[in-house]
Design a protein around this ligand. Sequence first.
Ligand code: NR9
Length: 396
Amino acid sequence: APVHSAVYVWVTWTWAKMPGSQYERNGKLSKDVSLEDKANVLDDQDGHLLYREGDVLQGRYKIVRTLGEGTFGKVVQCEDLTSNGKKVALKIIKNIEKYREAAKLEINVLETIMEKDPNGDSLCVRMYDWFDYHGHICISFDVLGLSVFDFLKDNNYSPYLMPQVRHISWQLCKSVKFLHENLLTHTDLKPENILFVNSESEVVQLARKARKDFRRVKNASVRLIDFGSATFDHEHHSTIVSTRHYRSPEVILELGWSQPCDVWSIGCIMFELYTGFTLFQTHDNREHLAMMERILGGIPYRMAKKSKCGYFWHGRLEWDHHSTAGQYVRENCKPLFRYMRGDNEDHRHLFDLISQMLEYDPQYRITMPDVMKHPYFDKLTPEERGDDPAKKRGSP
Ligand code: NR9
């Protein structure tokens, strides 16, 4: 079986953008290790490459600082000494066989993306280069800004404003539509994997008496990252995919999955951009299903019947509404449309679209081409839509 399936991890990774975090500790860890001698490349106990600022990899990439860290490895900012010190983000995979094998599959996906989208219209992150550095697979990309998740967190979870929800969602849909057209499913769509190209922001005061100011990103252009779990139609499909909160019902019920599972994740993400909080805040399958039923109504009998996971009795979810968990779900979840903050057309269109993306049955769930035709997106500006003015001029 492909190693691809074996390496899925649930640990969410965090950007080490703050001095004093992991980034500082790394500095201390590698203090006494001379990396000048390239024959003496060392790893820490977890398989991470030990490095210091100023180290040069492949005689080309000079390490400037750590950008983030995850289960698979780290991301560092480098100067490309062969391109006038151009800034790149270098993903350094741990020196562990299963991660190395998974990284090779990821490179295969990234090469497919480059081949099918030579101009970068798909808004998927672009690979510059890759190499094997003493067992650490390294992949270089353009340097991007904060993730949509980190920006939200740093902004005290103030939701994005409607025009930005629309613009970010549109770009995400464009990337995912492209993947689906090329027989791929991303399988790990989440706000952490959507990065602003430039996360510079400005302070906004909605009302003079507003209790709190919040920040608005100046330009909501984003890129989709992390193709480490992306799966081609012909490849082995791991039973469990996606990060918990964004996981579709067919995955939880182990009914088999394909492209529609990405559409479900996007529905959850659009809700989160609009509200600032996670739609399904849970760590337990049964509770997750109970939340779905509270928010979206009953799970279809045919899906309940087909599932071998034992969450149902005669097609009904076994769930004690009077338990502590039952009370938690009742108090913290409500029918989807009650989360609307306004009753104008924008809000109605958004929730209509989200509700079609959160259709239980993957067979009936809206598909990416139809998502992009939804009237919610009618209000995009031509720039946001990514219409190429050059192309437009050429057409009749
Ligand atoms: C690209 C990526 C991460 C540009 C960046 C960046 N610019 C600034 C971070 C900061 C691309 C990534 C990707 N997959 C990732 S990061 O395609 N996965 C998370 C991991 S895996 C090993 C360490 C981090």
